[in-house]
Ligand binder design. Structure first.
Ligand SMILES: Cc1ncc(COP(=O)(O)O)c(C=O)c1O
Length: 405
C-alpha cells in the first residue's frame, strides 16, 4: 500500500494552485523586484522610497493636478457631503447627482452629446468595445493597443484583424480584404501609452468612414495633453464628431481615478442598457468624481499647466536626443527609452534608481520583442532643477550600460 505523501513534500492537489506556485514570471518578479514598489511618501513629483527621496519620472499626472490644493480640498468636501462611497452600481442604488454633473461637464468639454463615467479607465475602455461589438462582427485593431481594449475585443466574441501600428496602408488593405457586409469596428488610441505616438487620425478616420466602421478611440493619454484646453486628440486634428466613441481615464491629466465614455446620446443609452461592466460594477466614488471635476475646471481655466508640461517635454526630449537614446519617435510627454533587451533595461533602470530617479521597466512580451524599454513620463510639476538631476542620471546610466552615443 502506498504511503500517503507527507504534506511537506507534496504539491497541492489543485492544479491551479500548482500553477501559482510554479509560475516563472512570478518567480522572476519576486527575485528581481522591479514592480509594485511601495512609495512611503509623496510631495508632487518627489517620492520617498526605501527611506530616500526620488524624482518621480513615471507618473501619468501630466498636468500635476493631483497635488493641487484646490483639487484635494474638493475631494475632501465631496466625502463630507456624500460619504465615502455610493456602495452600488449606477443601474441600481449608486447613481448620484455628482455623476451627472461630471458627465455633462466632460461631454461639453469633448463636444459630445453625452458621457458615462466608470470607477476605472480600464472599465470605460473595455466596455467601449465589449458593449458594442458582437459575435460575427469584425474588429480592426492597431497591434499596440492597451490591454483594456484587447480585453473588450475578447469579451465581445467578434473576429479581430490586427493591423500594423499606426499604419493607414495596412488598415486599408485589411478593410479592403474584409467582407463588405460585416458590421465593422475600428479601435485606436489617441496617444499610444507606451510609445508616445500620436494616432494618425487624419488618414485613419476617412478609411473608417469609407468602410462604415464604428470608431472607438481611447484617448487616456491625449486628454489634457493635446487639443485646445486639453480636449484631446480628435480636437488636435479638428476631427471631433467624426469618431463614434472617445473613452479614457480620469487617472492621468485629471489626477483622479475613474474613466469616461463620451459619444452621442443614443450610443451612451445603449451602453447603459447593454454593458455588463457598466451595469454590474459600483459607481465612481464622490471624492474621485469631485477631484476629476475640479481638475477639469482648472485644466480649462489655467493653460499654464499644459504650457509647462510641453516646455518640460521639449527639454527632456532634447536631453535624451543629445545622449543618443532611442525614444521610439515619441511625440508626447509619454517617452519610452528603448534599449532593446532586458539585459540592458535592468541595469539602466538600476543606474537611474541609484541616482534617485523612479522609472518603470517594460520588457517583452509587454512590448514587442526587441523594444524592451524604460517607460518615462514628464509632468508639469518637474522643476528645472529636477530636469537637471534627471539629465545627470541619464548620462550616468548611458555610460554605465554602454548605450547611446
Ligand atoms: C491607453 C490606456 N487606456 C486605458 C487605461 C486604463 O485606465 P485606468 O488606469 O484609469 O484604469 C490606461 C491606463 O493605464 C491606458 O494607458
Amino acid at each position: 500500500m502506498a504511503l500517503p505523501s507527507l504534506p511537506f513534500f507534496s504539491k497541492h492537489k489543485k492544479p491551479l494552485l500548482n500553477r501559482c506556485r510554479d509560475d516563472h514570471a512570478t518567480k522572476m518578479r519576486l527575485k528581481y523586484d522591479p514592480y509594485y514598489h511601495v512609495i512611503e511618501e509623496q510631495r508632487g513629483s518627489t517620492v520617498r522610497l526605501d527611506g530616500r527621496d526620488m524624482i518621480m519620472l513615471a507618473s501619468n499626472d501630466y498636468l500635476g493636478l493631483s497635488f493641487d490644493p484646490r483639487v484635494v480640498e474638493a475631494g475632501q468636501a465631496a466625502m463630507q457631503r456624500w460619504g465615502a462611497s455610493p456602495t452600488g452600481a449606477r443601474s441600481a442604488n449608486g447613481s448620484r447627482a455628482y455623476h451627472i454633473e461630471l458627465e455633462e461637464k466632460l461631454a461639453a468639454h469633448l463636444g459630445r452629446e453625452a458621457c458615462h463615467v466608470h470607477s476605472s479607465g480600464y472599465l470605460s475602455c473595455m466596455s467601449s468595445v465589449a458593449a458594442f461589438a458582437q459575435k460575427g462582427d469584425l474588429v480592426f485593431a492597431d497591434k499596440n493597443l492597451h490591454s483594456s481594449l484587447w480585453d473588450g475585443i475578447r469579451l465581445s466574441m467578434a473576429s479581430v484583424e490586427r493591423f500594423a501600428h499606426n499604419n493607414p496602408t495596412d488598415l486599408r488593405d485589411a478593410l479592403e480584404a474584409a467582407a463588405p457586409d460585416a458590421a465593422k469596428m475600428l479601435v485606436l488610441e489617441g496617444v499610444y501609452s507606451m510609445e508616445g505616438h500620436i494616432c494618425r487620425l487624419p488618414e485613419l478616420v476617412p478609411l473608417a468612414e469609407a468602410h462604415h466602421c464604428f470608431t472607438v478611440l481611447d484617448d487616456a493619454h491625449g486628454f489634457g495633453v493635446l487639443g485646445k484646453d486639453g480636449r484631446g486628440t480628435p480636437n488636435h486634428f479638428g476631427l471631433e464628431g467624426q469618431i463614434d466613441i472617445v473613452c479614457g481615464s480620469l487617472s492621468k491629466s485629471l489626477g483622479s481615478t475613474g474613466g469616461f465614455v463620451a459619444a452621442s446620446r443614443e450610443v451612451i443609452d445603449f451602453l447603459r442598457t447593454n454593458s455588463k461592466q457598466t451595469i454590474f460594477s459600483a459607481a465612481l466614488s464622490p471624492a474621485q468624481a469631485a477631484i476629476a471635476s475640479t481638475a477639469l475646471d482648472l485644466m480649462q481655466r489655467e493653460p499654464e499647466h499644459r504650457e509647462r508640461l510641453w516646455a518640460n517635454t521639449r527639454k527632456y526630449r532634447a536631453m535624451l536626443d543629445e545622449l543618443g537614446l532611442d525614444t521610439w519617435g515619441s511625440e508626447t510627454p509619454a517617452v519610452p527609452i528603448v534599449l532593446g533587451s532586458k539585459e540592458r533595461v535592468y541595469p539602466f533602470w538600476q543606474a537611474l534608481r541609484e541616482k534617485g530617479i523612479f522609472t518603470i521597466m517594460s520588457i517583452a512580451p509587454a512590448v514587442p520583442a526587441g523594444k524592451d524599454l524604460i517607460r518615462t513620463a514628464i509632468s508639469a510639476l518637474h522643476t528645472d532643477e529636477q530636469l537637471e538631476r534627471i539629465a545627470e542620471a541619464m548620462a550616468y546610466a548611458v555610460k554605465k550600460v554602454g548605450v547611446g552615443r
